[in-house]
Write a new protein. Structure first.
Length: 96
């Protein structure tokens, strides 16, 4: 993931100066990661591995993508499923 350091958020005036850089490099980073992992098949998760995901609503007619606001509801559903099947596997933990 990279080095995490404690810092402070930029004020809006400063942030707007950096938006194009952030967008370009975010897309570049995503594409590099995608190209590196797109052909991996049947990879096993190991203890301590993490998966990050997002829940989105895609509007094909208007060509927009928005983040869904159902995260808490879906997380609770996953936790309930985890309790039902915990005896069959090592299980996992769902965190916001």
């Amino acid at each position: 993931m990279g080095l995490l350091v404690e810092g402070e958020a930029l004020p809006p005036e400063e942030l707007t100066k950096s938006l194009n850089f952030i967008r370009e490099h975010g897309i570049t980073q995503f594409l590099c990661t995608w190209n590196r992992v797109k052909d991996i098949k049947d990879d096993e998760l190991r203890f301590g591995d993490e998966i990050e995901c997002g829940i989105f609503v895609v509007d094909y007619n208007n060509k927009t993508v928005k983040i869904a606001l159902r995260g808490a509801e879906l997380r609770q559903h996953l936790i309930e499923k985890e309790h039902l099947f915990a005896h069959e596997s090592e299980g996992c933990s769902w965190h916001p």
